[in-house]
Design a protein around this ligand. Structure first.
Ligand code: AMP
Length: 142
């Protein structure tokens, strides 16, 4: 068994559209467990730090503006191969390319307002989880 943890974010457009429950429910239905969860409004500095690897990209300022435009739900998902499974459940970054039934196909508005974030690797997951959560906030089984 390869139990992993990954960071998931319900982005402002999905919170605004009342889809928190649909998204969390989907993860649970797929067998991932919620190991930590909190709803926050990100500051500009916190969002910039989170997306620091995209700092030089043309969409960086717009992405930070979007991610600070309303509350988000930060979650740690736990389960076997959680990183990859979460990415499959989310679908492609661009909702136009996302497969039917994926979270982005169902709930995204655009490439930027794409409903959910998920860590892209185990190394990113570790960095992203520790960016938003203290160790004592993790309530997983492992
Ligand atoms: P990622 O680190 O892969 O999650 O990328 C960060 C986020 O930036 C994506 O989830 C999209 O919301 C956004 N994004 C990625 N590429 C673009 C783009 N070309 N234009 C606008 N937003 C983008």
């Amino acid at each position: 068994m390869s139990i992993e943890r990954t960071l998931s974010i319900v982005k402002p457009n999905a919170v605004e559209d009342n889809n928190i429950g649909n998204i969390v429910g989907r993860f649970e239905k797929e067998g991932l467990r919620i190991a930590a969860m909190k709803m926050v409004k990100l500051s500009k500095e916190r969002a910039e730090g989170f997306y620091i690897e995209h700092k030089s990209r043309s969409f960086f300022t717009s992405l930070v503006t979007f991610m600070t435009s309303g509350p988000v739900v930060l979650m740690v998902l736990e389960g076997e191969k959680a990183v990859e499974r979460n990415r499959t459940i989310m679908g492609s970054t661009n909702p136009a390319d996302a497969a039917n039934g994926t979270l982005r196909k169902l709930y995204a508005k655009s490439l930027e307002a794409n409903a959910v974030h998920g860590s892209d690797s185990l190394a990113s997951a570790e960095r992203e989880i520790s960016y938003f959560f203290d160790k004592n906030e993790l309530c997983g089984r492992f």
